[in-house]
Design a protein around this ligand. Structure first.
Ligand code: EPZ
Length: 426
């Protein structure tokens, strides 16, 4: 089993270029199924989830070639519409293939992805959206089957601005007959990137980034060449790490407009931050300030995918902070691990109460999900002594060899297949 061993206490220093966004690349790779031919997707991050998505596309009959940050994907050979269970169980985002497969083949069979460490993760809104477009939905054992000879445009209202449901409906409606209006849609930058990709293939989608998206169905789509946007969550994670270690770090190839809520919160914590074009710099020598109240919510509010990382900063802040998680039901699993490192955090329902401490101490901790894992790495970098982070496969899903990113910024962090025994300072 792989583990990360971190000697904490060193301020991070240097410059990092941000890779493409996982949460934009996954739906865009899925959308490629909508158009037969050779697609060239650029700025694709080298992540576990991306490789699983390519495995699924190959299992469906596509040819995928992934070199450096470019995917050349030939979808001519796609003929399957049943996603293999062993691949589906590896990654919830395989659900993004429902809309494209239904649109291309008139049917799709998927396994109910079920919940994960951070919450129930239901797909009822995805299914209701496809049903509104004319799909018949049925269950066959543990598979969900959707069938539709021809999808037709519809007026759809989402109960929750779900990112995944918005993306699935956009992709299914792109070649449907007539106009689809999607209300209370998710507004994340990754949704806007998907609209740009669909339109680059010849679709007619308008309004993403707002809560109402209009999709005028077209007869067919054609493959294209497309660069993915930078990853705002990886960028946010590195900004917090720089602030928590009192370091000075510059990120290049970021889109600061995608990080407004994160930059706002960092500035409220007293972090000195400069934004210039497509780069953001942190030069932070000060102890962070407490923040009375942060509430996670759909974009453009403060992102749930940055909640755990910011909680590390608040656990070192001068004073008392509160963090309310409103997007996922079970996204505080990192709290117990941070408390093992000396943090003073109490959770009541969906709210965490954080009393800042002067320092954290190294310990052996476990990553329970992707962003919780990244937060524990930040805590280890800021802590006194040695931290061992276990279950790091979670982290590899969203960070390309995180230890190399931080080594590049001067941190003492190593990946071990089997970590040597370490003595923790009392
Ligand atoms: C996307 O997940 C992201 N994943 C998540 O990032 C992110 O946390 C989330 O959006 C919210 O921003 C990808 O893009 C691959 P949702 P998704 O549908 O689409 C409920 C990361 O760390 N819901 O917006 O699954 C659901 O249970 C990951 O990179 C329903 O009830 O999120 C949740 O409570 C983690 N029924 C809420 O809505 C549905 O049919 C938001 O989920 C769909 C969702």
């Amino acid at each position: 089993m792989e583990k990360l061993v971190i000697e904490g206490g060193k301020p991070l220093e240097g410059t990092v270029r941000i890779d493409g966004a996982k949460n934009a690349a996954l739906p865009i790779l899925a959308a490629s199924i909508l158009a037969k031919g050779i697609h060239v997707i650029e700025n694709v991050p080298n992540l576990l989830d991306i490789r699983v998505m390519l495995q699924i596309l190959e299992a469906l009959g596509c040819d995928a070639d992934f070199r450096e940050d470019k995917v050349v994907l030939n979808t001519d050979g796609a003929r399957e519409f049943h996603i293999p269970e062993h691949l589906m169980s590896k990654m919830r985002s395989s659900i993004f293939l429902m809309g494209p497969l239904l649109a291309r083949f008139g049917q799709v069979r998927v396994y109910e992805p079920g919940g994960c460490a951070i919450g129930l993760r239901k797909i009822d809104l995805h299914l209701r959206g496809l049903e509104a477009l004319g799909a018949e939905i049925s269950e066959d054992g543990d598979t969900i089957v959707c069938k539709a000879d021809r999808l037709r445009g519809a007026d759809i209202m989402l109960d929750i601005p779900s990112v995944g449901a918005t993306e699935n409906i956009m992709m299914a409606a792109a070649t449907a007959e007539g106009i689809t209006t999607l209300r209370n849609a998710a507004r994340e930058p990754e949704i806007v990137d998907l609209q740009h990709y669909l339109n680059a293939m010849g679709a007619n989608v308008l309004g993403s980034g707002t809560d109402t998206i209009t999709i005028k169905g077209v007869e067919s789509l054609k493959p294209c060449r497309y660069p993915i946007i930078p990853d705002r969550i990886v960028a946010g994670t590195l900004l917090v790490a720089a602030a928590a270690t009192k370091g000075s770090v510059t990120l290049e190839n970021v889109n600061p407009a995608h990080l407004h809520a994160v930059i706002h919160v960092l500035r409220r914590a007293g972090v000195s931050l400069q934004v210039e074009g497509s780069s953001i710099s942190v030069n932070n020598a000060a102890r962070p300030k407490a923040i009375e109240r942060i509430v996670t919510a759909p974009y453009p509010s403060f992102p749930t995918d940055m909640q755990a990382q910011i909680m590390v900063l608040l656990s070192l802040a001068d004073g008392f902070s509160m963090m309310k998680e409103t997007v996922f039901e079970g996204r505080f699993k990192h709290v117990d691990e941070l408390v093992r490192m000396g943090a003073d955090i109490r959770v009541d329902m969906n709210t965490a109460f954080i009393r800042g401490v002067r320092r954290l101490y190294g310990a052996t901790v476990e990553a329970t999900d992707l962003r919780a894992g990244a937060a524990l790495v930040i805590a280890g970098l800021a802590a006194t002594g040695t931290t061992v982070v276990e279950q790091i496969h979670h982290i590899d899903r969203g960070y390309d060899r995180i230890e190399r990113i931080f080594q590049h910024l001067g941190a003492s962090i190593e990946r071990f297949v089997e970590a040597p025994a370490v003595k923790h300072s009392s």
